[in-house]
Design a protein around this ligand. Structure first.
Ligand code: CMX
Ligand code: CO
Length: 141
């Protein structure tokens, strides 16, 4: 069902500072910057590799407010890995399949993700404590 790891989401207080750190340390390149009001984040995607079905990235996330998912995470746990996103060919189909196994879906329907993708989240408590995102990349990416 999963094609690949699409991205690892990392929560941070200062997006510009962490972009500079990841560029300097791993020689990665920022390929997209976005504000996603619905998800409550300002974010940057840093490209790692291309593969069958799409690329893989590091997603750096700065919260837009303290009561957003990433804002709450930072207050409780501090900076670090926030979620893992799996690339799937069809996000609605993956939601249906995984939901039928008793895993709680945090989204009733797919939402807008980075770079034109469609995304949905699974409850971390139902998948071993790892907040999990399903990503269907935009056509042609
Ligand atoms: N990873 C692992 N566990 C997490 C977690 C995370 N990122 N966030 C919360 N949890 C845990 C909490 O520690 C808590 O555990 P305990 O009960 O043992 O303390 C439990 O989940 C429930 O937490 P909560 O108090 O209900 O936490 P929130 O109200 O913050 O909700 C969650 C958590 C996952 C439902 C919410 O963050 C959510 O809906 N996330 C999906 C959307 C999102 O994260 N968007 C930002 C990224 C956007 C993008 O990638 O594009
Ligand atoms: Co993500």
């Amino acid at each position: 069902m999963f094609m690949r790891i699409d991205h690892i989401g990392i929560a941070c207080h200062d997006l510009e500072e962490k972009i500079a750190l990841f560029e300097r340390t791993f020689e990665l390149t920022v390929v997209a910057r976005e504000v996603n009001e619905e998800q409550g984040v300002k974010e940057a995607m840093l490209h790692i590799a291309d593969g069958e079905g799409g690329g893989s990235y590091i997603q750096l996330l700065e919260p837009l407010s303290e009561d957003s998912p990433v804002g709450k995470f930072l207050a409780r746990r501090g900076e670090g890995v926030h979620h893992v996103a799996f690339g799937v060919p069809d996000v609605s189909q993956a939601m249906e399949k995984i939901g039928a196994k008793g895993v709680r879906l945090l989204d009733e329907r797919p939402r807008h993700g980075s770079m034109g993708s469609s995304i949905a989240f699974l409850h971390p408590k139902d998948v071993g404590g790892m907040l999990t995102e399903l990503v269907q990349a935009a056509e042609g990416r």
